[in-house]
Structure formats: C-alpha cells, structure tokens
Design a binder for this molecule. Structure first.
Ligand SMILES: Nc1ncnc2c1ncn2[C@@H]1O[C@H](COP(=O)(O)OP(=O)(O)OP(=O)(O)O)[C@@H](O)[C@H]1O
Ligand SMILES: [Mg+2]
Length: 296
C-alpha cells in the first residue's frame, strides 16, 4: 500500500543568508542547549538577527530557556535581546516512518523560512539519535559538538585504546556525520565545519586532562573535526536557566546576580568560543556589544 506521505528527498540545499549552526551530540547532558543559548545571545548582542530551532520537543530545554527569558524581561521591565524561536513538535502518525518524514518536511520548511530572514540559525538537537537530528546535520554549515571532559563522552565519537589512548575506531555518531558530509558533497553544498568543544573543564591540570587531549587530537585527525576550548565548570550555568539569562546579560540585570570576576572570565570563554567558530559576518554587525539591536 502506498504511503500517504511522499518520500522526503535528500536534504535540499537551502540558499539564503543565514549561517546554520547545529548543536549535536548523541550524548545527553553535554551542554548543547546551554551552549546554543549562549552562542545565540552573543550573536544577538553583536547586532545579528538570530533564530533558534528546538528539535528536542520532548525536553524542550531551549524553548523553555527562551520562554523563561521572555517572562523575566517582562516581569522586570528590561530590554534584553531575545532570539526568535520555533519548535518542531513530534508527529504521532500510525507509522513511525511516516511521522519522521512529516517531521523532516517541517524542519526543511522552518529552515527555509528562517534562512531567508536571519543571519544565524542555531539548531538544538536531542541527546540521542533521531531522524530529525540527522536531517538537521544535512543543513549544518557548522556542527558544534560540546562534550564533557570524560572518556565516557569521548566514546560517543570514537573508541579509544585504554593503554595507548589511541583511537581504535570511530563511533556511531562519527559515522552519522560522515554520511551527512557525503550527502552535502553530493549536492555541491559547502562542507560541514565540525567543531568539538570541551565543556565543563576542570581548572586543575590532571593526568585525565592530558590523556583526553592526546585522544581528542588523534580523533580530530582521524574523523575530521576541529577542537575548541569551551566553558569551565561553573555553577552559574545552572542558575541562569530559570531566569532565561546568559552570562552575557549579567551587566544588564541589576541586583539579581552580582557580576563577579569568575563571571567576567566566563563571558570571555563565550566570546572565545564564538570567535573560534569562525562564523563569518553575513550582515554587518553593530560594534557595540551591548545594544542587541537587529542588524540592518
Ligand atoms: N560549563 C558548565 N558548568 C556547569 N554546568 C554546566 C555547564 N554546561 C552545562 N551545564 C549544566 O549541565 C546540564 C546539562 O546541560 P544542557 O541541558 O545544556 O545539556 P544538553 O546537551 O542540552 O542535554 P540533553 O542532551 O539532555 O538535551 C544543565 O544543568 C546545565 O546547566
Ligand atoms: Mg538539550
């Protein structure tokens, strides 16, 4: 019997000004949603038009984060730049495969719409394999993979020999990225710039740190990603979510959170991360980091 839903073609090339950054890692809790929000607000504060797409409808962390922000801004009569956002809701048809095709078509449509009207689109994906997350990878100009500084997280990217710390073989996620790279190359799209970011870094040098570095450098060469330094482990990240704030907003929120030296260092980490992404400048940004105005 013929399905009512047509096969979705390969991810279409979606020309437009927006640069698409996908946050992806099949490991849950690695910092995708937190990083997505910080990158989005950093770019907003540079004057860019930023849209966010939450593909993790079940958890909806990024949606919640942005809603919390809008509520906080309203309750405190503040003016903080906020991204536009959309969520791809889960489709529950009789057949899972039909549902996936419908979800993928919704994703393509949202991306086409956002691409035309934004400078950057930040896409947050769930911490597990899904057809929607794979489809999003096909759209990614940049894939940003945060990983916690542990061999458990590294195992999602590649299996490492416990003695030599050399990579034995790439893992499932690396193969998923490889497939999407081939698809993009096949249709002449620019290659995905895959950037792996070490998150929740400890401040102490340790044997574990050094072993992770060796293994990650080996893996980067083997499966083709760049490494950037991410965020230090800081309690503030967990506190900001409820107010929908990022480290970049702390100067503008008055007495709710006092800006400390540690916060200033953390803000610099965010700026360093975004610089390391080499996102380019699609539409002239404002020079003033704090205006949050929309780029012309
Ligand atoms: N650098 C950090 N220091 C301290 N806590 C952090 C840091 N980065 C993220 N966290 C915290 O770790 C938890 C998981 O982060 P987050 O929700 O961003 O991960 P995720 O990859 O989106 O998770 P999921 O896969 O479940 O969607 C959150 O409580 C967040 O506040
Ligand atoms: Mg998340």
């Amino acid at each position: 019997m013929r399905s009512e839903i047509e096969d979705t073609p390969d991810t279409p090339a979606t020309p437009g000004p927006a640069h698409i950054v996908v946050l992806g890692n099949e490991k849950g809790g690695s910092g995708k949603s937190t990083t997505a929000m910080h990158v989005a607000v950093h770019l907003l504060r540079q004057g860019y038009r930023v849209g966010c797409l939450d593909l993790d409808a079940r958890q909806g962390t990024l949606r919640r984060y942005i809603k919390n922000r809008l509520d906080y801004v309203k309750a405190n009569n503040l003016s903080l730049p906020s991204p536009t956002y959309a969520v791809i809701e889960r489709v529950e048809l009789e057949s899972r495969s039909d549902s996936e095709k419908r979800e993928e078509a919704m994703l393509d449509a949202f991306i086409a719409e956002f691409r035309a009207s934004h400078d950057f689109l930040i896409v947050d994906t769930p911490g597990s394999d899904s057809s929607l997350a794979r489809r999003a990878l096909g759209h990614a100009d940049t894939l940003l993979t945060p990983m916690n500084d542990s061999f458990i997280d590294l195992d999602i990217l590649g299996q490492v020999d416990p003695n030599s710390h050399k990579v034995v073989r790439p893992s499932h996620y690396a193969e998923v990225v490889w497939e999407q790279r081939k698809t993009r190359a096949g249709r002449g799209s620019r290659p995905i710039d895959w950037v792996v970011m070490r998150n929740r870094l400890g401040t102490l040098d340790s044997a574990n740190n050094r072993a992770m570095e060796t293994a990650l450098e080996d893996l980067a060469n083997r499966i083709g990603f760049r490494l950037v330094v991410g965020f230090t482990e800081r309690v503030i990240f967990r506190e900001l979510f409820l107010m929908g704030l990022t480290l970049l907003d702390l100067r503008d929120v008055g007495a709710d959170i006092k800006l400390s030296m540690s916060h200033i260092a953390a803000r610099q980490e965010v700026a360093q991360l975004v610089n390391g992404l080499n996102l380019g400048a699609p539409a002239g940004p404002s020079d003033d980091e704090n205006t949050g105005r929309t780029a012309p």
